[in-house]
Write a protein that binds this ligand. Sequence first.
Ligand code: SAM
Length: 248
Amino acid sequence: PGQLFIVATPIGNLSDLSPRAVETLQQVALIAAEDTRHSKYLLQHYAISTKTISLHEHNEQQRSEMLLQRLLDGDSIALISDAGTPLISDPGYRLVSLVKQQGIQVVPIPGSCALIAAMSASGLASDRFAFEGFLPAKASARRQILETLKDDSHTLIFYESPRRLVDALTDCVAAFGEARQACLARELTKMHETIETRPLVELLDWVKQDDNQQRGECVLLIEGAADSASVDEQEMSRLLALLLPELP
Ligand code: SAM
């Protein structure tokens, strides 16, 4: 059988496509793309003339079966999405799980990913983080999710639509308090790239005051809750300091 390549594409800057990604896209028999018209621009830029076929949210099930057959027949296929790494808040999960069940080799060609780029430049703790995908658009569902995350000690990472940014940040202040550090990473790798890290309530004010911050694409990162063990330790030292002078 052929191999399925999962190829990351740029999240804004066309130069972020690796030489190995270009080679792979040139050599496969078929490229499955989230939106073939959108990807045409990238493929033309790199003079890649491989045939494309669409694979998106609405046809993934049926397309996956057809692509599986092509792989079994010996063709190699590349999967790309509109931007960044496929399967990361993008289609591809059903295809990958189906073809792996059939013993077909799935090969990642790593590259851009907005959450990793944002994490790496945010200044927030990067040893443990939790990617939460998109927050729900509806306020009640969003608040519910944030509530379940308020004691989580991982750095929290969200994809968010800029139109909902002020509402989301307002709900974050309500759930997490004003003081946690938060980072807005906007238009990464593009002309107006902005990576701003401030206490949550200050970030909200800054975004409210500048409409430009409510445009483009963005990632929101929030410092995790102080972990409960270290809170206990802090409390212990405080009590110990109080008690020590009283000891004989
Ligand atoms: N698969 C992509 C990846 O690897 O990052 C994510 C796809 S998801 C449909 C699109 C979301 O990713 C956007 O709404 C935004 O939250 C984030 N994103 C994509 N490109 C970005 C960029 N250049 N700067 C900031 N955020 C970006």
